[in-house]
Design a protein around this ligand. Structure first.
Ligand code: THU
Length: 128
């Protein structure tokens, strides 16, 4: 799936399933793997706030759990219901663990679908 509009729609559907009783900020992510798999995730919050998992990491971990440790990201889209934002810094670092620098990451900005490469979003990736 290379159609980012369709990927965004999958992300929107995932956002509707978010467990976000504390922030009310419902986030959904949809990604495509190099193997052609499509995975989604939503944010899942917790009364102990730090235990919350973001939608992007939820989707990425779901992809690894299904495809295994060789899973590589081809593209990723993220959206919040009623809000616009690019992925948080923690999720950018996790995306970098599984994606090439030129991997496209889609999100909404001023009502428009924006696509940036991972390298644009996270120019100085931490690597061991
Ligand atoms: N959140 C995400 O799911 N992804 C991000 O990139 C940023 C933040 C979630 C975490 C929390 O449940 C809510 O949005 C408010 O921070």
């Amino acid at each position: 799936m290379t159609d980012f509009t369709e990927l965004m729609q999958r992300a929107r559907e995932a956002a509707a399933k978010a467990y976000a009783p504390y922030s009310k900020f419902q986030v959904g992510c949809a990604l495509v793997t190099q193997a052609g798999g499509v995975f989604t995730g939503c944010n899942v919050e917790n009364a102990s706030y730090g235990l919350t998992i973001c939608a992007e990491r939820n989707a990425i971990f779901h992809a690894v759990a299904t495809e295994g440790p060789q899973m590589r990201l081809a593209s990723l889209a993220v959206i919040a219901l009623g809000h616009e934002f690019p992925p948080c810094g923690a999720c950018r670092q996790v995306i970098a663990e599984f994606a090439a620098p030129d991997a496209p990451v889609c999100f909404l900005q001023n009502g428009l679908l924006v696509t940036q490469t991972l390298a644009e979003l996270l120019p100085s990736t931490f690597q061991l």
